[in-house]
Design a protein around this ligand. Structure first.
Ligand code: GTP
Ligand code: MG
Length: 421
């Protein structure tokens, strides 16, 4: 997961060359810092689908919550008659502080925990359609029978796990029941959880991406209309910036003027420059200029936004090939990452989108957005299994820090977590 991102960070710190494992502790610290910086904030998620028409109108960045510690009264405000009371109040406050000190977990652990809670909350719709329905099904059932399997099948299919995965899970469970390894429906819950985890882990092996020794790390972002490409670019930029990387953005979506404006808003939020041409310009020309600047000015990362296109639009898919070619000509090995953004709410269709984009420009990583807005989060497992392309990020909201590095364990644990019932 994001091995390339962390390696670059380590390289900047003049860390002597060492293996990924050796780098791990430092990477973990870096991840913690990035998690802490993106303080959890409770944003309201509306039940409605994001409005495509309003995509140029971006949500405001929520303010970081103010410190809630009350300020102690200044000396000037304290009347001499009240000194005794003030002293006793002060003692009380000190005592309270000590209690807080004793009971509050270390900040990093607390933040990590709250990030997990937040992820779990954002997956509420999928939890309801998948995990809670399974729990309700098993509640009070004493034995595993054919009827229970039928109902389970319906639940798994509805959560968009896909037919093949559903059948594989059920066949495996049936075999365990037959061998009498499984008789209690409640144990079946654990078996399902582990099965889903292993599907993702087997298929989502983190790909080793080799960072360029010199020059910018070039990311080309592609996908169909409205899936969340530009928003995801804004969020990724934030991640890179927070770990000290310089980022340049290229507005190669020249289809609509609003698209350039939208990327510029994200550029402003992150304090990074955006290379753009006028509406209708050749996107390859924008990319060429951006590559020039990224190389000349020694940027660490260049992220290229492209226009949304249907995977079935042959001409537009050819245009993507051209953009990619231009990058490779200007800098050998570029783009180092072709990131396909998939909207989780579109479910199974995402798999066919990915196949066609993959045929055209060889996808190296996936970002699965809008997992907060769908009850079909099972698509994550399906995508891992069917595509065997690593999921790098999951989008769980519209705010700048609503993008998580995809961690299979964290995802499955958040889905099955009981504390947010
Ligand atoms: N709830 C939610 N909304 C998201 C997420 N990611 C993106 N969106 C919303 O999806 C809508 C479309 O996002 P864009 O980033 O404009 O999508 P795009 O792929 O760049 O669109 P085009 O450039 O028109 O193809 C916007 O309203 C975003 O706020 C997410 O993870 N969760
Ligand atoms: Mg866009």
């Amino acid at each position: 997961m994001l091995g390339w991102f962390k390696k670059k960070f380590a390289k900047k710190e003049n860390t002597p060359s060492c293996s990924a494992e050796e780098l791990a502790p430092e990477s973990a610290v870096e991840k913690d810092i990035s998690d802490i910086q993106s303080l959890p904030e409770e944003t309201v998620i509306t039940g409605s689908q994001p409005d495509k028409e309003s995509d140029a109108v971006l949500p405001e960045i929520t303010e970081t919550p103010e410190s809630i510690t009350p300020a102690s009264p200044s000396e000037a405000e304290v009347d001499t008659d009240d000194i005794a009371i003030a002293v006793s109040e002060q003692e009380e406050q000190e005592e309270q502080k000590n209690i807080v000190k004793k009971t509050t977990p270390p900040p990093a652990a607390a933040e990590k925990n709250s990030m997990f809670q937040r992820l779990s909350k954002r997956l509420a719709k999928t939890k309801e359609s998948l995990v809670y329905r399974i729990d309700t099904l098993f509640l009070g059932k004493k034995e595993i029978n054919a009827e229970l399997f039928d109902e389970l099948e319906e639940i798994l299919i509805t959560a968009d796990l896909g037919y093949n995965i559903t059948m594989e899970i059920l066949d495996d469970a049936r075999k365990q029941v037959k061998r009498r390894e499984l008789s209690d429906p409640l144990l079946l819950r654990g078996v399902l959880k582990e099965k889903l985890r292993s599907f993702i882990l087997e298929s989502n092996k983190p790909a080793e991406l080799v960072m360029p020794e010199s020059g910018p790390f070039v990311i080309m972002v592609v996908g169909v209309n409205g899936v969340g490409k530009t928003t995801t670019i804004g969020k990724i930029t934030n991640k890179f910036k927070k770990s000290g990387q310089s980022v340049l953005l290229a507005a190669a979506d020249t289809f609509r003027a609003a698209a350039v404006a939208q990327l510029k808003i994200w550029g402003d939020r992150n304090g990074v420059e955006v290379i753009s041409h006028s509406e209708g310009a050749d996107p390859s020309a924008v990319v060429f200029d951006a590559m020039d600047k990224a190389i000349a000015d020694n940027y660490d990362v260049l992220i290229v936004d492209t226009a949304g296109r249907l995977h079935t639009q042959v001409n537009l898919m050819e245009e993507l090939k051209k953009i990619k070619r231009v990058m490779g000509k200007r800098l050998e090995g570029a783009p180092h990452e072709v990131l396909l953004v998939l909207d989780a709410t579109t479910g199974q269709n995402g798999v066919s989108q990915a196949n066609l984009f993959n045929e055209t420009v060889s996808i190296s990583g996936l970002a699965l957005t809008k997992l907060d807005g769908t009850a079909k989060g099972g698509i994550v497992v399906n995508v891992c299994r069917e595509l065997k392309i690593p999921i790098r990020f999951i989008g769980i909201g519209e705010q700048i820090d609503d993008l998580r590095d995809f961690d299979p364990d964290e995802f499955i644990n958040a889905l099955f977590a009981e504390e947010t019932h």
